[in-house]
Every structure is written in structure tokens, then in C-alpha cells.
Design a protein around this ligand. Structure first.
Ligand code: PRP
Ligand code: URA
Length: 212
């Protein structure tokens, strides 16, 4: 597959180990949920590398020193409902001050096109770095819709964090949104005829929420 400058595969033994667990069909809801959160945390660590910082003065027990912190009000995370919710706590574990928006999209199982059912975003989102989070990047339709919704509201610095991606989805997002940095933990083989990622992990939303 063609490589794209804006697509980063976060290959690491810890990530591979956790992926093996969530791919297993016998992994139960609790463990699945816990590991989605842990993977989100690892992905946040890497994808936060270039977010805005500011200098502050800190008084240690010995003296005053200049230190670097993440710029106030500079980051929003936007989970795509519903599976994206499973990643929120992992990102917040590293950066609890992030504002949170929600975009509700559900793939029509026949057309595979995403349908929007909810959108509530933090005020001044256009001034923030926006991390769109969704464990699965399949056809790329949901991610592109979410990115388009954010761009329409003026967002200029958008990142996408998806745990498992199909080549089809990566191509669609990377080519339609070359300005969006895409972070994935693994690039899987392909989609099946129902738009599921192979080998994948099945339906992420159902496995996080135990609905099937
Ligand atoms: C899943 C997943 C993504 C989308 C990916 O959600 O969480 O949002 O499919 O597929 P795409 O790249 O082909 O658009 P789904 O629509 O199943 O909704 P859910 O999270 O409510 O289960
Ligand atoms: N959505 C999922 O939850 N899983 C897939 O494999 C594809 C889309």
C-alpha cells in the first residue's frame, strides 16, 4: 500500500500485545473495554507530541523555575459515538483537562454510509487542537464525516486516533484530508463485503458495550 506522510503507525510490542487480546473473540467485555482504554492512552502519549505548550513559573521547595505545560484550553477530544467513547478515559488519564465534544455517527449497514445523529462541541473549538477518536477506521466514511463537520466549524488542527485501520479507510482519510495527522496502532489487511476490517476485532461498539 502507498504510504502517506500524515499517517503514523504506532508499532510497539506493548501495543501489539494488547491488540492480540482485543482481537480474540473470547475476550470478555470488561477486558476488552480496559484494553481499548490502555491503547488510547498509549496512542495519546505519542499523538500529543506536538501540541501547544506554554511556559509557567513553578516554585519548588528551593527556588522559582520556568517550566513547560500544555497550553490552557488548547486541546479537545471528540469521540465518534458510540465506540469512540471507549477511548475517552484513556486520553483523559494522560490529560484530564481536555475539553470533550461528541459526534454521533452510525454506519448504515446496507450502504455503509455514516448517518449523523448528534453533534455537541466545546465552545471555541476552532482554536483548539482536536483529537477525533474512534477505535475503527474501516471505509473511512465516519472519520471523513466527522473531520468535515469539524472543518465546517473552523477547526484547523485536527488529528485522528484509530486503533485498527483498513487500507481503504487510511487512503480515503489521507487523500481527502492531507492536513489531518492520522495515528493508528495497526494497518489490517482489508475490508470484507460487509465493511468489516479483516482480521479486525468485530464490531467495536458491541464489544465495548456488550450489546451483542
Ligand atoms: C463503527 C466504528 C466507526 C465506524 C467505522 O461505528 O466505531 O465509527 O464504524 O466504519 P467506517 O470507517 O466504514 O465509517 P458504527 O457505525 O458501527 O457505530 P457504533 O459505534 O455505534 O457501533
Ligand atoms: N466498525 C467496526 O466496529 N468494526 C469494523 O470492523 C468495521 C467498522
Amino acid at each position: 500500500m502507498k504510504t502517506y506522510d500524515n499517517v503514523h503507525i504506532l508499532d510497539h510490542p506493548l501495543i501489539r500485545h494488547k491488540l492480540a487480546i482485543i482481537r480474540n473473540k473470547d475476550t470478555d467485555t470488561k477486558q476488552f473495554r480496559d484494553i481499548i482504554k490502555e491503547l488510547a492512552m498509549l496512542m495519546a502519549y505519542e499523538s500529543f507530541k506536538d501540541i501547544p505548550t506554554q511556559e509557567v513559573e513553578v516554585e519548588t521547595p528551593l527556588e522559582v523555575t520556568k517550566q513547560t505545560v500544555i497550553k490552557e484550553n488548547s486541546v479537545a477530544i471528540v469521540p465518534i459515538l458510540r465506540a469512540g467513547l471507549g477511548m475517552v478515559d484513556g486520553v483523559l488519564a494522560l490529560f484530564p483537562a481536555a475539553k470533550i465534544g461528541h459526534i454521533g455517527l452510525c454506519r448504515n449497514e446496507e450502504t455503509l454510509e455514516p448517518e449523523e445523529y448528534y453533534c455537541k462541541l466545546p465552545t471555541n473549538i476552532e482554536e483548539k487542537v482536536v483529537m477525533v477518536i474512534d477505535p475503527m477506521l474501516a471505509t473511512g466514511g465516519s472519520a471523513c464525516d466527522a473531520i468535515n463537520m469539524l472543518k465546517k466549524r473552523g477547526c484547523k488542527k485536527i488529528k485522528l486516533l484509530s486503533i485498527i485501520a483498513a487500507p481503504e479507510g487510511v487512503k480515503v482519510v489521507a487523500e481527502n484530508h492531507p492536513d489531518v495527522e492520522v495515528y493508528i496502532s495497526t494497518l489490517d489487511r482489508c475490508l470484507n463485503e460487509h465493511g468489516y476490517i479483516l482480521p479486525g476485532l468485530g464490531d467495536a461498539g458491541d464489544r465495548i458495550f456488550g450489546t451483542k
